[in-house]
Design a protein around this ligand. Structure first.
Ligand code: HEC
Ligand code: HEC
Length: 265
């Protein structure tokens, strides 16, 4: 018995340190998309998830969700429902264990109700074209972020908006608003959960108005399409007529330009 007490004590300590790690990691990496007992966010409410799923499945999935999509029935049906893939976080064994402990503990303790952060909701009935344009320019680098973060377009395209196309490292964000919802996107950009984006914005966070403008842009993509449709014929006309003198000019100056280019080294 005498020997058992310190042993229990040590186990207790170990458990509580795992729990602490779990809480820390959860708050750092998961809370943007998940709650435990506070309802659905972008992803699942994880309350009691340890009762719903096999522990081994949970460990595997949290460790590397990308191994499950396309191979695992549960993961695929979740993906079908949520339409967003959970990112890989490269967590250690201990961190995963800790997270599961934390989820268990939090599920049992019940919710300490968190007051949702105050968010401006736009009471917009009318399309705010300036806000949209600002969001678009921030996205594409036409306006530089206050903290000099990389423009989104270096990694993301938005199909049908940028004729020159965006980077391919990230997904096309055409449906991001639909998939994440307004609240979800605002959260995801103020507390970025995507591992490949974290290093880019960690020391150069986006400002809250910048985030709002970008979300507004992603929300109103359809409006631009309508406008574009209207202007497209006019646009074509302008191109056509303005290209005639241009063609003539081009021919005349071709030789000169060629020399310039050659000599311009
Ligand atoms: C970018 C948002 C996002 C982040 C961040 C995120 N998840 Fe998820 N998670 C999801 C989505 C969406 C699903 C629903 C399944 C799917 O579509 O893959 C999910 C599913 C899950 C599931 C399975 C739920 C079930 O019903 O079996 C678990 C467990 C889980 N996440 C845990 C975590 C943990 C732990 C973290 C932090 C290390 C985390 N998630 C971070 C989006 C996220
Ligand atoms: C260095 C490249 C990079 C930059 C810059 C970047 N992202 Fe990402 N982003 C990624 C990657 C990679 C992912 C994760 C894979 C994916 O879902 O596309 C991602 C994921 C996302 C997602 C989730 C997409 C989905 O379908 O689940 C959103 C939304 C997003 N980024 C928005 C933005 C916005 C807005 C900006 C500009 C403020 C931005 N990103 C800048 C690389 C980048």
């Amino acid at each position: 018995m005498k020997k058992l007490i310190p042993l229990l004590f040590i186990t207790g300590l170990l458990l509580s340190s795992d729990l602490k790690t779990g809480e820390k990691v959860f708050k750092e990496k998961c809370i943007t998309c998940h709650t435990i007992g506070e309802g659905k966010k972008v992803g699942y409410d994880l309350k009691d998830i340890h009762k719903k799923r096999e522990i081994d499945w949970l460990k595997g999935f949290i460790k590397k969700p990308s191994d499950f999509y396309g191979k695992d029935r549960i993961a695929d049906s979740l993906l079908k429902e949520y339409r967003i893939k959970m990112p890989d976080f490269d967590l250690s064994e201990e961190e995963v264990e800790g997270i599961i402990l934390y989820i268990k503990e939090k599920s049992e303790k019940g919710e300490e109700k968190k007051t949702p952060g105050e968010r401006k909701t736009y009471l917009e009935n009318e399309f705010d074209k300036e806000k949209y344009k600002r969001g678009k320019a921030l996205f594409s680098g036409g306006i530089i972020f206050k903290n000099k973060g990389t423009p989104c377009i270096s990694c993301h395209d938005v199909k049908g908006v940028f004729s020159f196309g965006g980077g391919k490292l990230g997904t096309d964000l055409r449906n991001a608003f639909e998939n994440y919802g307004e609240e979800g996107l605002l959260m995801a950009l103020s507390d970025i959960p995507f591992p490949q984006m974290v290093p880019i914005y960690k020391d150069k966070p986006l400002d809250s108005t910048e985030i709002e403008d970008i979300v507004y842009f992603l929300k109103n993509l359809e409006k631009e399409k309508k406008e574009n449709n209207l202007f497209f014929p006019v646009f074509l006309g302008v191109i056509f007529f303005s290209s005639i003198p241009l063609l003539i000019w081009r021919k005349r100056n071709y030789g000169v330009r060629k020399n310039l280019l050659k000599g311009g080294k």
